[in-house]
Design a protein around this ligand. Structure first.
Ligand code: MTE
Ligand code: LUZ
Ligand code: MOS
Length: 810
């Protein structure tokens, strides 16, 4: 009985050969409509600068750095209980293990026992209070990694603890009023009401929806786990190779832990094997422990986490719990809404406050909300401390409004797209966000119209209905969801960047900037910008590893701003070089500096054409400075954090996706049959890289909303899903057989780097369409009479539960 069902699910809607033809077409289409001169180095689909290294296995990750003689290895002894007090440790038993050189506890830390990002509430090693199951209590340093791990595994036996009752869910934390940071409130009323007034308006609306929703968290599952390799240097110096998105913060926290000034610490990151937000703050604990061990022993020390330890020690995307009350009219237009969001923050603040701020600032997504009151609570629990993950609260904010609109459409018996459209921000009116930033660059109407046509939405809606009418067991579902995502760090001063550009006398160029490479193609884009500015071939330009001794006080490579910030800073440096070169060329060869042209590795001056290399040699002889720094700070940002008002974003990135799924109503299995995406990357710096980002984010976000489920044991607080055997991320097999991904053609209205738009995080919201297509298919099983009570992730179990509820009610 199962067999025909499975066959049907597995049969692609289009043959795979078409998929590949499709891929090529997409790339061509992405570059079209943009006349580029032959010398352009931006706006073209160059391969990732390290692509060959990646695929040949020769790209250097932290664990590939040749180990120095005398290198020792570290592993962590972690708490076996979720809450309580640490009474003592039988360290002798650990020391007696073969190969152990030293065991380190909190008392051994020379400086401050804290690696908190936003607040100093994150002990490096347990200070007596046990905060979660998996908390590092001691560090074992041994001659081999295996020996260190075997000794660290004694933790269960050697730790004497007094266990207490843990708080494990945001609901429990909220009931106790237990938060990691104070609650946040945002109120905006277009008609000047207070919160009671907004509630009254909701009560008086023609229709009302009162409901709640649960959305789970998500593990970053970077392929390269957390790792640091610390090498003691002369004096009090420390050099740390760290897989991190935030070398400057690692430098700062390592300096604190060692009790030395920042100038004694150098943090370097060549590249990460993925970060996804998980290495924005949480690389710190391992950098600090490795550095402390290296200092105490005066030997190089490497700390590379095992995957299970990575799951059990570090945090991830915050799960959210929502309660909302909405008033709407016959067209499905929202008249007023109150929303309470409680996030699962874990044991410490980490980045929970800015994550909640971004959630509050993304509840509106692409929709005008005239009357809105929002309350955000960051629930403190005895679990890992949750942190940044692609989207940084944006996805958690926006999915709530999408769930609301989906329910409204069903209750009114209208197509969900029509209801979404009725609520879109206007172009000139109904265009002010709840946090009072006007939406000046609204392209959502046009973008959705294009996607609706190219995906054949209307015809497929009818086809899905016809299919469902004939099919008892399998049900199809279809959904189109839009994205509007604010670009800039929501902490104003993080929006700055620096770069250094060197031109050597052979004409080769070396670029250093404050951003980090995690696979997203930042170094490719920055090198393109520099090559473009100097009119030279891309092959001439090489980006170095990120290094805190080169550019100081950098921000995390996060909030999707890597290319926006570092691209502008590098452009600034390259421009200064070009101007200096132009002046020296004009002085030598005649003509005006302003008329000197740089293109295709040549320099045009007063009718002469010189090779770029000649110009560089001559400039060197003329004693022109052939290196420059560059700096950039995003203009026009403001934020009042108490009122939650201002202009936190430089601009918005947009996108939309249509997904079609089929579910098996007997087993809860489902399959994505087709996805069509139109995403706005402004005037893309590199369409191939950007399409890769869109595809990756879509599949990653789909995993979050469907198969990736985090389960903490309700009594012990053990994260039971701490390995790929129990935590299911998407694989290549989960890519839809028809996957049409295109970039929307249009420049950024703001003066961003070459009018491009940030692309790292916004497309993570596109797979909302998968979740709501599944909800649509479940709804079909009940004749669209009732709202499926579907929480995220929509696992097969969750789908079956929602189906049962829908059938019971229908
Ligand atoms: N892409 C890859 N391949 N690996 C990653 O770790 N991180 C994402 C996104 N894309 C990530 C990625 C996240 S969370 C962010 S904020 C951005 O890349 C950061 O890089 P950018 O600002 O240069 O886009
Ligand atoms: N804000 C933001 C932040 O929007 N994205 C981030 O990644 C971030 N990180 C730290 C602080 N604020
Ligand atoms: Mo991305 S979550 O801003 O590192």
């Amino acid at each position: 009985m199962n067999k025909p069902v499975a066959d049907h699910l597995l049969r692609p809607a289009e043959p795979f050969a078409d998929y590949h033809a499709n891929q090529r077409q997409r790339l061509d289409a992405a570059g079209e409509g943009r006349a580029q001169d032959a010398g352009a180095r931006v706006g073209i689909s160059l391969p990732h600068e390290s692509a060959v290294l990646h695929v040949t296995g020769t790209a250097t990750y932290a664990d590939d750095i040749p180990e120095l003689a005398g290198t020792l290895h570290c592993a962590l002894g972690t708490s076996p209980v979720a809450a309580g007090r640490l009474l003592g440790i039988d360290l002798d038993a650990v020391r007696a293990m073969p190969g152990v050189v030293r065991v380190i506890t909190a008392d051994d830390i020379p400086g401050v026992n804290d690696c908190g990002s936003a607040l100093p509430d994150d002990p490096i090693l347990c200070d007596g209070e046990i905060r979660f199951l998996g908390q590092p209590v001691f560090a074992v340093v041994a001659r081999t990694r295996d020996a260190a791990r075997r000794a660290a595994a004694l933790a269960k036996q050697v730790l004497r603890v007094e266990a207490a009752e843990p708080v494990l869910t945001p609901r429990q934390a909220h009931a106790k009023g237990q938060y990691v940071v104070p609650p946040m409130h945002l109120l905006r009323s277009a008609s000047g009401r207070d919160e009671a007034g907004i509630r009254a308006a909701i009560a008086a609306a023609p229709h009302r929806l009162t409901a709640s929703l649960d959305v789970g968290g998500q593990e970053q599952f970077y392929l390269e786990g957390q790792i640091s390799y610390a090498i003691p240097r002369e004096g009090r110096g420390m050099h740390v190779h760290c897989s991190t998105q935030h070398p400057s913060e690692m430098q700062h926290l390592v300096a604190h832990a060692l009790g030395v000034p920042s100038n004694a610490v150098l943090v370097e990151c060549r590249r990460m094997g993925g970060g996804f937000g998980g290495k924005e703050s949480q690389s710190a604990q391992f950098a600090c422990i490795a550095a402390v061990a290296a200092r105490l022993l005066n030997r190089p020390v490497k700390l590379r986490l095992d995957r299970d330890d990575d799951f059990l020690i570090t945090g991830r995307r915050h799960g959210f719990w929502y309660e909302y009350d909405v008033g709407y009219d016959d067209e499905g237009r929202i008249l007023g809404v109150t929303l309470q969001m409680v996030s699962h923050a874990g044991h410490s603040a980490d980045l929970s406050a800015p994550v909640m701020t971004r959630a509050v600032c993304h509840f509106d997504n692409a929709y005008w909300l005239p009357e809105v009151a929002m309350h955000g609570y960051c629930g403190k629990t005895n679990t890992q401390s949750n942190t940044a993950f692609r989207g940084f609260g944006g996805p958690q904010g926006a999915i709530a409004i999408e769930n609301i609109l989906d329910s409204i459409a069903r209750r009114l018996g209208r197509d969900a797209l029509a209801v979404r459209r009725a609520n879109f921000y206007g172009q000139h009116e109904r265009n002010v966000t709840p946090y009072l930033q006007p939406v000046r660059d609204n392209i959502i109407h046009e973008l959705v119209e294009q996607l609706q046509a190219s995906s054949d939405y209307a015809a497929r809606r009818a086809a899905v209905a016809a299919y469902n009418a004939d099919s008892a067991v399998l049900k199809r579902g279809l959904a189109l969801t839009p994205v509007k995502f604010g670009i800039s760090f929501n902490v104003k001063h993080f929006n700055q960047a620096g770069a250094l550009v060197h031109i050597y006398t052979d004409g080769s160029i070396l670029v250093n900037h404050g951003g980090t490479e995690m696979g997203q193609g930042l170094n490719t884009k920055v090198a393109q910008v520099v090559a473009h500015e100097l009119g030279v071939g891309f092959e001439r330009v090489r980006c170095t590893a990120t290094d805190t001794s080169k550019v100081a006080n950098t921000s995390a490579t996060a909030a999707s701003t890597g290319a926006d910030l570092n691209g502008k800073a590098a452009q600034d440096a390259a421009r200064q070089l070009r101007e200096r070169l132009a002046a020296s060329v004009a002085a030598r060869h005649g003509g005006q500096a302003a008329d000197v042209r740089f293109a295709n590795d040549q320099v045009h001056v007063g009718g002469k054409v010189l090779a770029f290399n000649t110009v560089i040699s001559e400039a060197y002889l003329d004693r022109v400075q052939l290196w420059s720094d560059g700096f950039y700070a995003t203009p026009g940002l403001s934020w009042d954090k108490d009122r939650m008002q201002g202009h936190p974003f430089y601009y918005f990135a947009y996108g939309a996706a249509v997904s079609e799924v089929v579910i098996d109503t007997l087993t809860g299995e489902w399959k994505l049959l087709r996805a069509d995406i139109l995403h706005d990357a402004g005037r893309s710096l590199n369409p191939a890289v950007d399409i890769g980002q869109v595809e990756g984010a879509f599949i990653q976000g789909m995993g979050w909303l469907t198969t990736e489920e985090l389960v903490w044991h309700p009594k012990t607080g053990l994260l039971t899903t701490h390995a790929p055997s129990t935590y299911k991320i998407p694989t290549a097999n989960d890519c839809p057989p028809v996957f049409n991904v295109k970039l929307f053609d249009g420049p950024n209205v703001e003066d961003s780097i070459h009018r491009s738009k940030a692309v790292g995080e916004p497309p993570l919201l596109l797979p909302f369409s998968v979740f709501f297509a599944i909800r649509d298919a479940i709804s079909a099983a009940g004749g669209h009479q009732v709202d499926p009570p579907l929480s995220a992730p929509a696992t097969s179990e969750a789908i079956l539960r929602a189906l049962a509820a829908v059938r019971q009610a229908a």
